[in-house]
Ligand binder design. Structure first.
Ligand code: HEM
Length: 654
């Protein structure tokens, strides 16, 4: 490591550490995040040690994720190699701080003192394997352990992306723990925290790595800074949306803003706005000047790191500060609240499909960003004078609006309580949304709108094109496999423990949304996809696959309608619902929906396949006509000659 680079790295560490430690100490002193606890106080060392270890953990996690994300999306081979030590050190620090945080959290939770006997390690093991908080922190520790080895062991491009994905996955257990684990509206608390941690890590960790490794250079650092700036823009949106959501669900009345927790939130919001202004200044006029040796960008980046440290310190104190007490805190929970964590929604009436909403910040952000990024791609083509069919844009936008509705509207509000609505949501997700998204041809738009990289680095365009050409994509998009995967996923899901996993656990529910969206997309793409794909099944095969799927849906639906037992009876049968059909009748309605709602999109696909078939026949005929014209209609002449010859054979003449 050059002298200059060491200085820059040490400077980056000093800046972010100063900001975070100052704000952490101030916030803990002012708002009592480390104050003695009335019962089973673990002692000063643990009370003060925990937030300090946690800030180290938050920063090392952020730098691990950020440096790997910068590597995967911005750097060429040489730059990835220079960023690797940053990721390796950060991952090791994450492992160390997460281990200490694990022990400190155990001591806080159990109120016991540290000891060196076997009982202590046995109870630690119990904490790691039996207690939800302990298990979540143990998972985070395991991810840190794997990363601290794999970042050192592997250096090729794909493994950098895999390591970045492992690092982001390692944030999930922390999103499930902390205040989010106790919150009413557990789903929105966990999703907002996950978005928050991912956004912060890419943003803060990316700038740290960029500054530490490239701030003493001119040439390439401008390209890297502008690529980081695009990542930072998305990260900023994630942090702002998720931060406001996470703050909002923990405040119950305006006066809560003046509580310690509320004031810390305000402090963070102020820093966020400030950092947003930094970002805008960077994008507007400083990045372009880097290659001219103007240091403005790096000077500003240095102070930005300081403020990011301040926000991280405030955040760590926030997580240790008691949020305002919910007015329903001491109201005995209903059966639905004990099971689903949230009260029953109002009675399901026809109007409820339009009036009852259950906001999910993650899928709302995905669908809104999905529309904005797509429209940005279309505007790039338009600016270049290239055409893009309006029908594709309309279909994509309608698809994203439908995804927004099914993950935020009545289907999301009732799916935990009513099997029938769960099935409606499922069918819209796996059939209707893909039938609208696939004709949008997103891969084609991306490959045309984004300029290809020429420096050996991979941007979004390169990663997507790489992904769709891998052997895995070849196998998954095989029409027969896509059809079987699509159809059998229904049975596999409802008639195996997967149904309970996706109903009772937040992670399971998110997996279900992702799995059914993807299986539906792969199936529809294999039949009517416009985007490039390795398989070109002939139209009759496509129609046979569709008929097979239709039949399967019908049998599946009929099976459910005639089901004598209630699926997940201890869930759907124990909700304490006093309105609507009884759970078994509701399940049968679900079966009818599986049949009915599933068939509509299948019909739409069939019509599109038949339309594409007639179009391809037209094209084929025109091609043959053109070929015939070019050859002076030699084919027709040959054909007539053949007919002539046939006509002249002796038998025929008799
Ligand atoms: C509008 C601005 C923001 C709001 C409203 C906000 C809100 C929140 C909330 C409610 C939490 C959960 C704390 C808890 O567990 O109770 C949180 C956690 C966190 N926030 Fe923010 N945030 C904002 C901006 C930021 C920024 C700009 C950063 C850093 C650059 C940041 C870093 C973090 C971190 C690291 C955590 C996890 C803390 C921990 O669990 O140790 N936040 N934020």
């Amino acid at each position: 490591m050059t002298q200059d680079k060491t200085t820059k790295t040490l400077k980056a560490i000093a800046l972010i550490a100063t900001g975070s430690l100052l704000s952490l100490v101030l916030a803990l002193v002012l708002f009592g995040g480390a104050a003695p606890i009335p019962y089973s106080d673990p002692g000063g060392l643990v009370r003060w040690g925990t937030p300090f270890v946690k800030i180290l953990m938050n920063l090392s996690m952020a730098i691990t994720v950020g440096s790997l994300a910068l590597s995967a999306f911005a750097g060429n081979e040489a730059e990835r190699e220079r960023l690797r030590p940053v990721a390796a050190w950060a991952a090791s620090l994450w492992l160390l701080s997460a281990s200490i945080y694990f022990v400190f959290t155990y001591l806080s939770a159990s109120g016991s003192q540290i000891s060196y006997g076997p009982e202590f390690s046995e109870s630690l093991w119990l904490f790691a394997t039996q207690i939800e908080l302990g298990m979540l922190l143990a998972w985070n520790l395991l991810f840190a352990f794997i990363l601290s080895l794999s970042v050192i062991a592997f250096r090729d491009r794909r493994m950098v992306a895999v390591n970045a994905a492992i690092a982001i996955a390692g944030l999930y257990p922390l999103a499930e723990s902390g205040h989010a684990s106790a919150d009413a509206g557990h789903a929105i608390a966990v999703n907002s925290m996950l978005m928050h941690l991912v956004g912060i890590s890419v943003w803060v960790g990316g700038l740290f790595a960029l500054y530490a490794v490239f701030s003493s250079e001119k040439g390439r650092s401008q390209i890297l800074a502008s690529r980081y700036s695009t990542l930072a823009l998305f990260a900023f949106i994630l942090v702002a949306v998720s931060g406001v959501t996470a703050g909002y669900i923990r405040l119950y009345q305006p006066s809560d803003l003046l509580s310690g927790y509320g004031l810390l939130l305000i402090g963070k919001a102020v820093v966020l706005v400030l950092l947003g202004v930094y970002g805008a200044i960077h994008r507007r006029n400083l990045i372009a000047k880097i290659s001219h040796g103007v240091v403005g960008f790096w000077t500003l980046a240095a102070s930005e790191l300081l403020f990011m440290g301040v926000a991280m310190g405030l955040a760590t104190a926030l997580a240790r500060t008691a949020p305002p007490v919910s007015p329903n805190e001491f109201v005995p929970p209903t059966a639905a609240e004990l099971l689903a964590g949230d009260p029953l929604p109002p009675e399901l009436l026809p109007s409820s499909w339009f009036t009852v909403w259950d906001f999910d910040v993650l899928w709302a952000t995905i669908s809104i960003l999905g529309i904005l990024v797509y429209l940005y791609g279309v505007s790039v083509l338009r600016k270049r004078g290239d055409k893009w069919p309006v029908i594709r844009t309309a279909s994509w936008i309608f698809g994203m609006v439908t995804l927004f509705y099914v993950t935020n509207g009545a289907p999301n509000a009732y799916q935990e309580y009513l099997f029938s609505v769960h099935m409606v949501g499922h069918m819209i997700l796996t059939m209707m949304v893909p039938v609208l998204l696939v004709p949008g041809a997103p891969v084609t738009l991306l490959s045309r709108a984004q300029a290809p990289r020429t420096d050996g680095s991979f941007g979004l365009r390169e990663w997507v094109l790489w992904a769709v050409h891998t052997p895995y994509a070849w196998f998954l998009s095989q029409p027969l496999f896509a059809g079987l995967n699509f159809a059998l996923s229904l049975v596999m899901f409802y008639y195996t423990p997967l149904f309970r996993f996706s109903t009772e656990s937040h992670l399971g529910h998110q997996w279900m949304i992702g799995h059914f969206l993807l299986t539906g997309y792969l199936f529809v793409q294999s039949l009517i996809g416009v985007d490039p794909q390795p398989h070109k099944p002939v139209f009759p095969v496509k129609l046979m696959l569709l008929i097979g799927t239709m039949a399967f849906h019908a049998f599946f639906g009929l099976g459910l309608m005639n089901e004598k037992g209630l699926l997940l009876a201890d869930w759907f049968g124990s909700m304490g619902r006093t309105w609507g059909d009884d759970p078994l009748a509701d399940q049968a309605i679900g079966g009818a929906f599986a049949w009915g709602v599933g068939e509509l999109p299948t019909l739409a696909i069939t019509l599109i396949v038949v339309y594409q078939w007639s179009k391809s026949d037209d094209r084929e005929r025109k091609r043959l006509d053109r070929a015939s014209d070019r050859s002076g209609n030699k084919d027709i002449l040959d054909y007539n000659q053949m007919l002539e010859k046939l006509n002249q054979t002796p038998e025929r003449r008799n």
